[in-house]
Design a binder for this molecule. Sequence first.
Ligand SMILES: NC(=O)c1ccc[n+]([C@@H]2O[C@H](COP(=O)([O-])OP(=O)(O)OC[C@H]3O[C@@H](n4cnc5c(N)ncnc54)[C@H](O)[C@@H]3O)[C@@H](O)[C@H]2O)c1
Ligand SMILES: N[C@@H](CCC=O)C(=O)O
Length: 523
Amino acid sequence: MSDFKLTYSTMFAPPPELHQRFDAALAAVRQHRLGQTHGLFLDGAFVPRAATIERHNPARLGELLGRFALASVDDVDQAVAAARRAWPAWRATPWPERVALLRRAARLVDERLYEMAAIVSLEVGKTRMEALGEVAEVSAFFDIYAQQMQDHAGFAHALPNDPLPHLVSRNRSVMKPYGVWAVIAPFNYPFALAGGPTAAALITGNTVVLKGSVETPWSGLLLAQCLKDAGLPDGVFNALVGDGGTVGEALMRHDGIGGITFTGSYEVGMRIYRAQAQRAWPRPCIAEMGGKNAAIVTARADLDVAAQGIVRSAFGMSGQKCSALSRVYVDRAVADALIERLQTAVQALAVGEPQLQSSWTGPVATAAAAARHAACVRELSGPGARIVASGPLPADATQGHYCAPVVAEAPLDHPLWRREMFAPLVMIGRVDHAEQAMAEANASPFGLTAGFFGAEDEVPWFLDHIEAGVTYVNRPLGATTGAWPGYQPFGGWKGSGSTGKALASFHYLPQYMREQSQTRIGG
Ligand SMILES: NC(=O)c1ccc[n+]([C@@H]2O[C@H](COP(=O)([O-])OP(=O)(O)OC[C@H]3O[C@@H](n4cnc5c(N)ncnc54)[C@H](O)[C@@H]3O)[C@@H](O)[C@H]2O)c1
Ligand SMILES: N[C@@H](CCC=O)C(=O)O
């Protein structure tokens, strides 16, 4: 397995040893780790709380994963206070030491890859390959941000002395951390989207309070354990789990925080972004939000490649990726031929227990997501629209939150073209020409990812006109999904992201620091 590098592009053909190691780790987790009670991670210790929530495997609702402490608003105060106490020493720690510590944490993530992926798979209901990818992505984030800190020598620059005849006036630009950085993570990537922003915040000298989703409370604790074992001082990282409307709200409004990274829905992200602007002074707010991702298929596309890319991005992780493909605009000259291919591909999908090697996708994470899927399918069975393909369900589908993958054709004015569905459902719309497809693709408040299937000479036009932060051209590995740190920077435009700077890009890290211009006479 030595020359195999796991990414979301390579995950479709892993070596057999990877499966063996995952199977062994899963068995060990089932034997030793399930059913326990977990605390919050506060000021360097795992602390119990009276209020807990039970979490079950979304693929086997009878399997109890554990009981997880629920934070209160008082815990938010305690976590922010701990992070504030820890900040002066952490920001004074020379950046090479912070880099070395974060690299140690990355190696611990690598060592624990299989065990943590088994837990993430059980917690979210994602397949083994998606879960292994999510965990491996975190060590990639840590390494990339460590390398960037090193490449920029801690982001301190000497500038020319002022052109004065009789005085020496020395100038520097120094980037400094903001203080306590709040990280609010979604349910669908609870490890990677907690780990990535946390790595960026820590390496730049901020301390962190993470709030994970109540749907997936375990992942943040796994991250805490890696950071603790790597030697992170007490209070530098704190992990809470709690209700968004109370605990999340208290954290994002807390006077003790210096900045915030939120990843989640458009509605919550915009609420947090607006709230930061209304404070006594604005806190930087990196809001990574939802998507309504489109693919364009022109009359000259390779339809086999297009069908493969569409199915992987619409139904991978059962449509619960912010990058999931939700809209396909296809030239009417080839629409029937594309639909035929999609029907065949959808029928062949292996939907089943996500921990099994044989399963290509699993259930959705929650009962609410399954209900949303059912409601969308009803809407798409109504006037004007039609279901053109519905994939298989496992024999024991009632054991979990399973939903059949669905392809629907709909008129271009159907209301569901505008709403994020976050379920295994993709809509097809026929267009007269590529310009109409582009106009439809861009007529969305979102602008996260986009795909294109067409001829080589059409590609520059697509890249020039599409309003999306992450673009893929003629990609069978996924029309709109599957960015990997270091290969595809990942961030949204318009209502999908507040900064225009992508995760793991060259431009990401400076957002966690503020510039100080230093002019000194003499010295
Ligand atoms: N752009 C990206 O990189 C990206 C990545 C993953 C997921 N997402 C998006 O996330 C959504 C799915 O995740 P979700 O259902 O967990 O999203 P969500 O917005 O419901 O919740 C995200 C987090 O915000 C918290 N929260 C909720 N209300 C809050 C409030 N008032 N104040 C502070 N925090 C609050 C939640 O508890 C959770 O931890 C989808 O819209 C998806 O597209 C975006
Ligand atoms: N990084 C993932 C999406 C994360 C959002 O949910 C991808 O590129 O498909």
